[in-house]
Write a new protein. Sequence first.
Length: 327
Amino acid sequence: MKYYLVSVSNRTNLNLCINYAMAGFTNSINGAWTYVEIDRGDFLSFLYGAKVYNLYRVKEKIAIRNADKAPPWPPVTFSMSGRTYYFPFRLILEPLRKLEEPLVRAEFSYVAENLLLRGGYRKTHFQADQTTLQSVSQMGIPYNERTKRFDYSRYELFDLKFTRNRALAQAPEIFHFNELILQSAMKNYLSKGDNLEIFLSSFDIKIPFNSLEILGEKALPEGHVDLLIKDATPIGSSNSIIVEVKSSSARTADVEQTISYGKEMGDDCLKCILVAKKFPRRILEYSCDHPLDLATYKIGVDLEKEVGFSEITNNLQLSAISKTPIR
């Protein structure tokens, strides 16, 4: 159960989102990334003009073929690039609370800080923490207005796929597998069953695992943490674990970056973990003198072919490794 603020580009689209109780994302890698990030049962609000609108629960996720002809949002052509975007990726929402609140409220400080450090929106969505969700759940009034229904039974749907083979990529149905999708897969994987406990226990982290939440892309002055594992409701302490994710081989700069994030987080940071596909010998040797832990990932499906996001998540493996190279 996660909570997101979804950015909306203009007032017209915001009104359409509210009227239809539906969120839509473009035929781009960012749209695909947002679509796989947000799950059924998650919560979201709309973010527009430095205000937060309404609270919803995600009921259904659909990907529509030939969505350029599907209402309610019209296609958008950008004059600079000449590219036209439409909205194949959609979330069907259940309205819970009606609200319109300024982002400057203290309750939205987690998201506001991310926005400030990033220099503006420039993202499709922002994940907020459980404390923010608890606050929003008490704002406004229960939603009792009627919404329009989008009848997607008239449209052909498709299953979103990913591949490492660029020759097979064909947006919006097949995208090249990149680091953003890997990060989302890891967050999804660690959120299931006892995967988080097993992963953190391999680094001798001894805290109540069921009290933790996993957040994506936490902004810091030094950059942004790929995954932040933290106390969902801090009481007396605010434990956090930084996880930096690299899709290929780790580099010296990745080690230094991960350590800098840990220093920025301060004493509340229990561990800094760098995850990569592999660690060359020189990186293992270099990391021995630095306060971080290492892990490798493996995806047990052939990503040279077209693979669904759930297949990637279900076949993901994370393994802690020793920083001492074999001699």
